[in-house]
Design a protein around this ligand. Structure first.
Ligand SMILES: Cc1cc2nc3c(=O)[nH]c(=O)nc-3n(C[C@H](O)[C@H](O)[C@H](O)COP(=O)(O)OP(=O)(O)OC[C@H]3O[C@@H](n4cnc5c(N)ncnc54)[C@H](O)[C@@H]3O)c2cc1C
Length: 468
């Protein structure tokens, strides 16, 4: 057995950064990777999808050439081989960067293979056993593929296999109308595919407020994406060169045909083949490793960071996990998961930037709240750019003036949301932002305007009609 001061399993967002910090203190580190260096974000998640979204956006703007006063000399045709090559180049830089930096890191040895616990203090990779009193798990997650009759008889994509596509699917059937499904759906529509998004619930992105779901459904439908809501996939089969999907649905046809299904129905943690039972590490009913507020598992000396602990599902939450662990271990700074404010973006075009509570969560909390909202068509920067879909909404506590949350669905919404997020971290009352002078013309300049025009949160429509 080879002993180390620290073992890290997985090279996602938290593992490499932690390896660098710990190796810098002179500790002897082992880091293990079974797949591609950099994990999901770099290889099959954020980086490649946002690179593809950029290609799709460029094609979309080119098709709107006349709106901006120029011509493109004919139909805009997307060359998927070149789109993929661009994506591979960008993602490849990050992937090789992570690998190189780890392999040349002093005090750190890189192992390539699948790691499994053999005891609370030992892991095995192939025939090698490594031991340490300090083990960090950063194994991430993968697409959750539901059991659907006939799915195993047809070829289907998940987010990772979509990365190999270098052709234009004639008709993409996207199963799942949430974050991943919507990003792929819109980008492939813009590349030139027919796209149908099939969602079991009554609306897209059900975790968001209804006005957000409705606005997103509106702009996707206007781009020619077919939306099938309240539609449960009962089975798939191949007929000739087509895939047929049978649906249980209220409206619309119970059968739809397409060329390629994409399964985007959620994620599951990579904790099922890690030997956790031999280490005694507890998981919850969905397979996420249970951790406390400082990311310690129930077994002393073992931590879990990133998507596998169920405390976040984003690159920035995994990175923040690294910061929390490093601060507690090395800096004597007691940082906790519960200190962070929920924040994320959905990279449709326009994007959705989110911070804090949704309107539904505010209502549920029972707090007396005020809300301010502006349509993007009233935001001069959006109007000037010719990108006026969406709205910006901010919720505040009527009594304490605390900012409770915001949803910015609109051009630059993923950036502008940080004004609100940072004020929330500063625990500043909303009046501080209301009085700030912002730069013209920007999307953010309307944040003070929204906050100057707050109104009590109206009763939800359902409650209003019940009262009447
Ligand atoms: C299509 C898509 C788009 C996304 N877009 C965004 C976005 O725009 N913004 C955002 O914030 N998040 C996005 N995400 C989520 C984001 O990618 C993840 O939250 C993030 O990558 C999680 O990082 P992690 O550190 O938990 O682990 P991961 O990045 O998943 O890395 C885990 C690593 O551990 C390795 N591993 C697993 N098991 C073992 C084992 N037993 N032995 C050795 N190695 C092992 C894996 O090979 C992998 O390299 C997206 C995800 C997807 C799927």
């Amino acid at each position: 057995m080879t002993s180390y001061d620290t073992i890290i399993i997985g090279t996602g967002q938290a593992g490499p950064a932690l390896a660098r910090r710990l190796a810098g203190t002179g500790m002897k580190i082992a880091i293990v990777e079974r797949g591609r260096f950099g994990g999901t974000c770099v290889n099959t998640g954020c980086t490649p999808t946002k690179t593809l979204v950029a290609s799709a956006y460029a094609a979309h703007v080119a098709r709107r050439a006349a709106d901006y006063g120029f011509t493109t000399g004919g139909n805009v045709k997307v060359d998927m081989k070149r789109v993929k090559a661009r994506k591979d180049y960008v993602a490849g830089l990050s992937n090789r960067g992570v690998e190189r930096s780890l392999k040349k890191l002093e005090n750190c040895r890189v192992y390539e293979g699948h790691a499994r616990f053999v005891s609370p203090r030992e892991i095995q990779i192939g025939t090698e056993v490594l031991g340490s009193d300090r083990i960090f798990i950063n194994v991430g997650g993968r697409a959750a593929v539901p059991e659907i009759p006939g799915l195993d008889q047809v070829e289907y994509f998940i987010n990772s296999t979509m990365m190999d596509v270098d052709f234009l699917p004639r008709h993409l059937l996207v199963l799942g109308g949430s974050y991943i499904g919507l990003e792929f759906g819109q980008m492939y529509r813009r590349f030139g595919s027919e796209v149908t998004i099939i969602e079991i619930g009554p609306r897209l992105i059900p975790r968001e407020d209804e006005d957000v779901s409705e606005a997103v459904a509106g702009f996707l439908a206007r781009e020619g994406i077919a939306l099938r809501l309240n539609a449960k996939c009962l089975g798939l089969s191949k007929t000739g060169d087509e895939i047929m999907m049978r649906l249980q649905c209220g409206d619309g046809t119970p059968e739809i045909r397409g060329s390629h299904p994409l399964i985007a129905t959620g994620r599951r943690p990579n904790t099922d083949d890690l030997g956790l039972e031999r280490a005694g590490v507890q998981r919850d009913s969905r397979g996420f490793i249970e951790v406390d507020d400082e990311l310690r598992t129930n077994v002393p000396g073992i931590w879990a960071l990133g998507d596998c602990n169920g405390r976040g599902a984003f690159t920035h939450t995994s990175w923040n996990d690294f910061e929390i662990v490093a601060a507690n271990l090395l800096d004597g700074d007691r940082r906790r998961v519960s200190d962070r404010i929920p924040a994320y973006a959905l990279y449709t075009d326009p994007p959705l930037g989110r911070a804090g509570m949704t309107e539904a969560e505010v209502r549920k909390s029972g707090r007396q709240a005020l809300v301010g909202k502006i349509a993007m068509e009233d935001v001069s920067r959006a109007f000037e750019k010719g990108e006026t879909e969406g709205f910006m909404k901010i919720l505040v506590d009527a009594n304490t003036k605390e900012i409770l949350g915001a949803s910015f669905l609109g051009v630059s919404g993923d950036e502008a949301i940080h004004c609100v997020l940072d004020a929330m971290y500063a625990k500043a009352p909303y009046t501080v932002l209301q009085r700030a002078m912002h730069i013209h013309p920007t999307v953010s300049e309307f944040i003070p305007t929204i906050l100057g025009d707050l109104a009590p949160l109206p009763e939800p429509a359902a409650q209003r009609s019940a009262a009447a």
